[in-house]
Ligand binder design. Structure first.
Ligand code: ADP
Ligand code: ZN
Length: 580
């Protein structure tokens, strides 16, 4: 039956193609019609050379001679024209030359295309819906979701804060008995990759309810109204299941606060946000639907979202501390062949890594072990993976690097390393290399930051000096006319640090204890004082860095020489070099 239908489709398809081809041929091979003077036309009438005149209302008329020639000539547009021709014994046709076959073909083409489309739509109603409606979304919930809290290491407080949600989803009656109202919405906030999606999925998994996941950006579409309609579809679908967890990632895409009318509002976003709020207040507390939203920044959200009865529970998901990192690494190494892995030291040098970054670190190590056909994943793989995650892959073909460039990189990196050792001796310089990475760096110096809860002003200044030391070393050794573009990344980073000092942390003079973000909300126009102050600070830190380097010229040269020989050196090498 289906096969027969498939073949039937071919018929209009062939009709359409054949008529299209004929139409094209017809138009291409239509003889180019020359124009002749009206006098010559009159001559032809006199000499009885004419077979047929195509008489229309166009500015030109077509004429066919008995010998087959066709030409066109001016239409005289006199009312008696046709009568005159007939009196002269000339045959007249009222339909224009060539159009009859053309029109017939066009009709065949249009109707067979229409039939073809109709047949395709009938055959596949789902796809045709996607073809014709802009607001359809793919809403397949994850039903058999075996994710549980064990899949997430660290963030014990966050897990504790959602455990009652699981209990509520499992047995809402219990809570109804006490008249307790569960939060309809929960916001998980924290840096990317910290496991917000993971936690939301675990809530659904532990409670054994379907998990619907969408991203805020799915709701922001070109067409106004589409986002709102998608929200309604999402809730309708979730409700049809009874209990469910609805997860909306990047909620800020629809729920960003409207900053004092500065940018005006976007209609689409407002409509979508309103639809979300309406749906959330629409469902019953006892229904067992919980909306979990995730964002990187809680302070960016519209206060309408955060009011009681909406997203009124806010849970922070933090970057893992050293113990959590140990657990996350262990978790991802589970079920993998491993040997002699020093998890403690790995956890130590991965300060400020998110769960996602740790996962990718372990995965890179597994790939490396596989590439080397090694029986186990061991520390060497993890070390290499660490460099890859932090700095990118090493460039394999290094033959085309000029030796002068190598020399510049060596001094640049030696500058970073030396200052790091002098200014922040507790942060171990684990690796210095002049091997370029595929991420674009000419080389890099890696140090292991400490897990500090706060950074003080003195620390930030030291960090900036270490960043500027690369450029300072180039300047010192090769002269100010030969400084290179290699410092771009360092300059960007130090600019960011100094602006944060002045505008966010109350560590500068221009703004004092004011913060720029708050000033912006009252339309304050930032003045150039901040820029001047930032420039001054960076300049003075740069000069300090250069001074320290020039006082330790011997060490700098030794480090650079060693780098030129070995390309990559580690902490012990550096200590050895500097002791001798
Ligand atoms: P977010 O939603 O916060 O951006 P995800 O939940 O998507 O982060 O995390 C991405 C991946 O990182 C997870 O699939 C998981 O493999 C890993 N991951 C992140 N945090 C953790 C954690 N705390 N424990 C274990 N794995 C984690
Ligand atoms: Zn640098």
């Amino acid at each position: 039956m289906n096969k027969l239908k498939n073949k039937l489709v071919l018929l209009p398809f062939f009709m359409a193609s054949i008529s299209l081809v004929l139409l094209l041929i017809f138009n291409i091979f239509q003889p180019n019609i020359n124009e002749r003077k009206y006098l010559s036309f009159e001559n032809d009438i006199k000499n009885k050379n004419i077979e047929l005149v195509y008489f229309t209302n166009e500015p030109y008329i077509d004429v066919k001679l008995t010998n087959g020639t066709i030409y066109k000539t001016e239409n005289p547009r006199i009312t008696t024209f046709k009568e005159d021709l007939l009196k002269d014994g000339v045959s007249v046709s009222e339909s224009p030359l060539y159009t009859i076959p053309t029109i017939t073909l066009a009709i065949i083409f249009v109707s067979s295309t229409a039939i073809l489309l109709f047949m395709l739509i009938k055959k596949n109603p789902r796809r045709s819906k996607a073809l014709f409606s802009v607001d359809s979304i793919d809403l397949t919930p994850i039903e058999k979701n075996h994710m549980n809290f064990d899949a997430m290491a660290g963030n014990e407080e966050a897990k504790e804060s959602v455990k009652d949600l699981v209990d509520f989803l499992k047995s809402p009656e219990k809570y109804n008995f006490y008249g307790a109202r569960m939060p309809k919405g929960v916001i998980l906030y924290g840096e990317p990759g910290t496991g917000k999606t993971l936690l939301a999925k675990a809530v659904a998994g532990e409670a054994g309810v379907p998990f619907y996941a969408m991203s805020g950006s799915d709701f922001i579409q070109v067409y106004v109204g589409v986002g709102a309609s998608r929200i309604r579809q999402l809730f309708k679908k979730a409700r049809s299941h009874g209990k469910a967890v609805i997860f909306i990632d990047e909620i800020d895409a629809i729920g960003k606060h409207r900053d004092g009318g500065k940018n005006g509002g976007s209609d689409e976003r407002d409509q979508t946000l309103n639809a979300l709020l309406t749906e959330m207040s629409g469902f019953n507390d006892k229904e067992g639907i919980i909306v979990i939203a995730a964002t990187n920044r809680l302070d960016m959200l519209d206060s309408a979202l955060l009011r009681p009865g909406r997203f009124d529970r806010h849970i922070e998901i933090t970057l893992p501390d050293i113990n959590a990192r140990k657990n996350i690494i262990k978790l991802h190494l589970e079920n993998k062949p491993t040997k002699n892995i020093n998890i403690d030291s790995l956890a130590q040098k991965t300060a400020y890594f998110s769960g996602a970054k740790l996962e990718s670190l372990v995965n890179e190590a597994a790939i490396l072990a596989c590439k080397n056909s090694s029986e186990f994943i061991d520390d060497s793989h993890l070390d290499m993976a660490y460099s890859i995650v932090v700095a990118g892959h090493e460039k394999i073909d290094r033959s085309n690097i000029r030796s002068i460039d190598k020399c510049i990189t060596a001094y640049h990196e030696a500058g970073h390393a030396l200052l790091s050792l002098k200014l922040l001796p507790e942060e171990v310089v684990s690796k210095v290399t002049i091997i370029p990475s595929t991420k674009g760096a000419g080389g890099y110096t890696m140090s292991i930051p400490q897990d500090n809860q706060y950074q003080n002003k003195d620390y930030i200044k030291r960090r900036i000096m270490i960043l500027l030391a690369g450029r300072a070393a180039e300047d010192l050794i090769f002269g100010s006319d030969y400084i290179t573009t290699g410092a771009y990344g360092d300059l960007k980073e130090s600019t960011k640090m100094v602006t944060n000092m002045l505008t966010s942390f109350g560590m500068g003079k221009s703004l004092g204890l004011l913060t720029l973000a708050e000033l912006n909300s009252i339309n304050y126009n930032a003045d150039s004082n901040i820029i001047n102050e930032g420039k001054e600070i960076l300049n003075s830190l740069y000069n300090d860095a250069k001074k320290i380097l020039s006082e330790n010229m011997k060490s700098l040269e030794k480090l650079a020489d060693e780098l030129l020989i070995k390309e990559t050196i580690h902490y012990d090498d550096i200590l050895n070099i500097l002791e001798n």
